[in-house]
Each structure stands twice: as structure tokens, then as C-alpha cells.
Write a protein that binds this ligand. Structure first.
Ligand SMILES: Nc1ncnc2c1ncn2[C@@H]1O[C@H](COP(=O)(O)OP(=O)(O)OP(=O)(O)O)[C@@H](O)[C@H]1O
Length: 353
């Protein structure tokens, strides 16, 4: 089902800084030197811990916060400089959804979605048509006359999404929109956001503290820490080849591949004297991700490979595998060369006797 189509707008952060006055004098620096280009029609995740600056960054896109330095451009327009009608125009093009939904409890589903259109002065006939369409798009046509208190969390977020889309925005901001939902409901809401992105082409910028959300929906990701972007790129590249320790720590819970406890306990950083095995992580990426490379390596090199843990996952609709193996330490170089020649990444985790 397609409502009136819109096209996404680019969002550009150009050397953005933001500080707040501190109680009792001085300044708190919330963001510093933020440069990031969000392409029109993409879904970008901003991930960071509490207090990293995510909300401040997001709120600059609709002018709820103004940068102290640098510029934020939405569809080429400078949000920080915009005032009056120009700012209202930008805000109409930027919808937002929230962790706690922010619905009006005294209004029905229909009336909540209609609110931004009433404010914009649209006729009631046009409002009815647009709202019915949006309520159907988010799958709530049967519940249009219900009040928020009569809805589940997932249904409330669907109302929030329909309301955010009412003014046919070019950008949708999501402020931890699935953090208050259970995992199953989170999946259905993320799928709805993906469908909306695909059907309407609007740009989605979402903040989260969960890499699983990024994996499931975003094509790009920026990792933010203490007000700085420490790493950004395509979700696939970040998942398969993270560089920064913060990114690695966000990923450790989500790639789901860890050493079994009895091996982790024995693992040493340096090779022990005597016979030993090297433990390595192999990241299978791209077209070779599902190839039976290990079997091939074992046969071609006559090498005994022990598989310790592993999984194949999908990121941005592309497979990547994560395998932890051990091989005889004396022949580990041969194994690494073989894998690298087949375009796979390896990382030495340590040694066991
Ligand atoms: N209005 C404000 N006045 C003073 N300091 C602020 C204000 N808003 C944010 N800050 C400070 O800026 C920093 C970044 O806050 P921000 O809310 O953007 O982080 P966050 O990553 O969204 O955190 P959370 O996930 O907990 O919401 C924090 O140190 C915070 O205390």
C-alpha cells in the first residue's frame, strides 16, 4: 500500500559542537567536532551509551537544539539559522517518534494522528482521508476509535509512527523508539520502519544503545562516545571489521560468538612452551561467507581444525560468518595464509596447551 510518496532529504552535520551552561557556572560539552553525512533515503543508526550525546545530536535535526558551533543541514537548509516560518517548514519535514510514544491520552488513535494536520489547518475531509490511510498503513484500522490506554506498547508506537508521518516528512527521527518494547514487538516495529523507508523513501535517523537494532534495520551506523563520533561506516563494514574498542564492545553481545568457558579459562596471550594450539577468530565475509572453506583448508593443507564456536548471520541482507577455531600452533601461519588468500579476516585470540 502506498500513500502519497515523498523523497528523503540528506542530513549533514558539519563540524557540529554543542555545549550547555552548567549549574553554578562553566559549560558541559555535549558534542564536539561532529561531521556526518546521512544520504537521502537511508537508515542510519547512532549508537552510544547513556550521556554520549545521542539525543542532543538528534534534536538538532529538527531545531529543538541549536548547535553552538558548526552547521546542521536538512535538505540543504541550515536548521540552526532557521527561524519563524522557515523553522516551521523544516519541522514539518522532520517527523519524530519517541521511546515513551508521547501520545495524548484524551485523544483516540485517529485524533492523535490527526493532530499535526489540524494544527497545519487542513480541512476535515482531507484529514479524514489522510489519517485513515496512515492508520491502515501501520495496521491499526480496527483500532482507530480506541484511546492510548486501551493499546499495547507496540500499538502505541504504531500510532506514534502514523502521527510522525502525517505531515509527509522527508526525515523520520527515532529516539530509542523500541527501547520500551519486548523483543518480538521490537521486531515488528523495526519491520514497519523498514517498510516505510522502502515505500516512502524517507531518510530515517535513529538513536539506540542496542547493536541488534542497528543490525536489523540500519544501512549505516555512527558510534558516538563522550560527544565524539569514534567510528562510522556501512553497517556491514562496521559489523565485519570494527576498529574502535567501543564499537567492539557494543558488538560483543550481538555477534553471539564467544569462546566456550573451558577454553576461555585456559587461553594465554603468549604461546606456552611445548605443543600448543593457536585459537583464532575467522570472519567470513562477502560471497565466500557460506563457502565450505574450512573443509577445503583441512583437506588441502592436511590440517586438523577444531571448531570451537560459530554462527552465520545476516547484516544488511548480506551473510557474514564468525568462527572460532584452533589449529596446531606450528602450522597456524599456513592456515592464516590460506584464509587470507581466500579473502577472509583472521584474528589471533591466544593459545592453549
Ligand atoms: N539541557 C541540558 N542542559 C545541560 N546539560 C545537558 C542538557 N542536555 C544534555 N546535557 C548533557 O549533555 C550530555 C549528552 O546528553 P544526551 O542526552 O544528548 O545523551 P544521550 O546519549 O542521549 O543519553 P541517554 O541515552 O541517557 O538519553 C550529557 O552530559 C548531558 O548531561
Amino acid at each position: 500500500m502506498k500513500t502519497e510518496s515523498s523523497t528523503g532529504a540528506a542530513i549533514i552535520f558539519d563540524e557540529v559542537g554543542k555545549s550547555f551552561p552548567k549549574k553554578g557556572g562553566g559549560q558541559v560539552t555535549a558534542l564536539e567536532g561532529i561531521s556526518l553525512s546521512v544520504e537521502p533515503g537511508t537508515i542510519t543508526g547512532i549508537i552510544g551509551r547513556s550521556g554520549a550525546g545521542k539525543s542532543t545530536l538528534l534534536r538538532m535535526v529538527n531545531g529543538l537544539e541549536k548547535p553552538t558551533s558548526g552547521k546542521v543541514l536538512v535538505g540543504g537548509r541550515d536548521v540552526g539559522e532557521a527561524k519563524g516560518q522557515a523553522l516551521r517548514d523544516i519541522r514539518r519535514e522532520v517527523g519524530m517518534i519517541f521511546q515513551h510514544f508521547n501520545l495524548l491520552s484524551s485523544r483516540t488513535v485517529f485524533e492523535n494522528v490527526a493532530l499535526p494536520l489540524e494544527i497545519s489547518g487542513m480541512s476535515s475531509g482531507e484529514i479524514k482521508k489522510r489519517v485513515d490511510d496512515l492508520v491502515a498503513r501501520v495496521g491499526l484500522q480496527e483500532l482507530s476509535a480506541r484511546y492510548p490506554a486501551e493499546l499495547s506498547g507496540g500499538q502505541k508506537q504504531r500510532v506514534g509512527i502514523a502521527r510522525a508521518l502525517a505531515t509527509q516528512p522527508k526525515v523520520l527521527l527515532s529516539d530509542e523508539a523500541t527501547s520500551a518494547l519486548d523483543p518480538e514487538t521490537t521486531q515488528t516495529v523495526l519491520e514497519l520502519l523498514s517498510d516505510i523507508n522502502r515505500d516512502l523513501g524517507l531518510t530515517i535517523l535513529l538513536i539506540t544503545h542496542e547493536m541488534a537494532v542497528v543490525r536489523d534495520i540500519a544501512s549505516h551506523v555512527a558510534v558516538i562516545e563522550d560527544g565524539h563520533i569514534v567510528e562510522d561506516g556501512s553497517t556491514y563494514d562496521i559489523f565485519t571489521d570494527p576498529k574502535h574498542p567501543t564499537t567492539k564492545s557494543f558488538l560483543s553481545g550481538v555477534t553471539g560468538v564467544t569462546l566456550p568457558e573451558f577454553i576461555a579459562r585456559e587461553l594465554t596471550e603468549t604461546r606456552p612452551a611445548g605443543p600448543a594450539r593457536e585459537v583464532m577468530r575467522i570472519t567470513f565475509v562477502g560471497e565466500n561467507a557460506t563457502d565450505p572453506l574450512l573443509a577445503k583448508m583441512s583437506t588441502e593443507l592436511s590440517l586438523q581444525v577444531n571448531i570451537l564456536a560459530g554462527a552465520i548471520e545476516e547484516v544488511d541482507a548480506r551473510p557474514f560468518g564468525n568462527l572460532l577455531i584452533s589449529v596446531e600452533a606450528d602450522r597456524a601461519d599456513e592456515a592464516r595464509n590460506f584464509l587470507q588468500q581466500n579473502q577472509q579476516r583472521t584474528e589471533v585470540l591466544g593459545y592453549v596447551s
